[in-house]
Design a protein around this ligand. Structure first.
Ligand SMILES: CC(C)(COP(=O)(O)OP(=O)(O)OC[C@H]1O[C@@H](n2cnc3c(N)ncnc32)[C@H](O)[C@@H]1OP(=O)(O)O)[C@@H](O)C(=O)NCCC(=O)NCCS
Length: 172
């Protein structure tokens, strides 16, 4: 799937944002419930494997509904034409200058083609727009692909959190 060469228009503060060939829009928990839950479930599997205890689609969507209400422009789906390329769950809690990535997910057909970097570009813009100076996330220690991806993007492990590493990156 080729990427368009140049960065497209950026409309900060709106719910539909185009970045190169991708369109990002806020998750609509009613309409997107099945898609968002499938994405989350697959990311959960990548993180915890078959041993992981997934909370169930209904619980996830209930939780997601609250998150979207609180951080609408940080909870987005990315599309290439009609196809879902990924999902992000981002937040900068009120009064903090550290942003947190709860979900970073590229759908399987679009992996290893540069879309993860495009999603990360979106995340950086989101965090900057909320004046965050640092990004943090947790990644399970066995999710080597994700750890190496984050390292490649400049994240470093800052501490251990149970089965996960806390990774962080400064936003200059
Ligand atoms: C991890 C994940 C987000 C990577 O997305 P992706 O679309 O495959 O990544 P990209 O193709 O955009 O790669 C971006 C850059 O990272 C590099 N990269 C990607 N995966 C890498 C890896 N495993 N090791 C080292 N570098 C990697 C690429 O070479 C590329 O470098 P460049 O832009 O300098 O040329 C994706 O595999 C995914 O969603 N996995 C399942 C869900 C998951 O585990 N999420 C994280 C949970 S914490």
């Amino acid at each position: 799937m080729p990427l368009a060469g140049r960065r497209g228009p950026w409309h900060a503060g709106t719910i539909v944002i185009q970045s190169r060939a991708l369109t990002f829009r806020t998750i609509r928990p009613n309409d997107d419930a099945a898609l968002a839950a499938a994405n989350y479930r697959d990311a959960h599997f990548a993180s915890y494997g078959a041993e992981g205890r997934y909370q169930g689609d209904e619980n996830y969507v209930t939780w997601l509904r609250e998150r979207v209400e609180e951080y609408p422009d940080g909870h987005v789906l990315a599309f290439f034409d009609e196809a879902c390329v990924g999902q992000l769950e981002l937040q900068v809690p009120y009064g903090l200058t550290t942003g947190y990535v709860n979900l970073f997910y590229v759908t399987p057909p679009f992996r290893q083609q540069g879309y993860g970097r495009l999603l990360h570009d979106f995340a950086e813009r989101y965090f900057r727009s909320w004046e965050a100076a640092r990004i943090e996330l947790d990644v399970t220690r066995t999710n080597h692909r994700a750890i190496n991806f984050y390292r490649h993007l400049g994240y470093r492990v800052t501490r251990a959190r149970g089965f996960a590493w806390r990774m962080a990156k400064a936003l200059p």
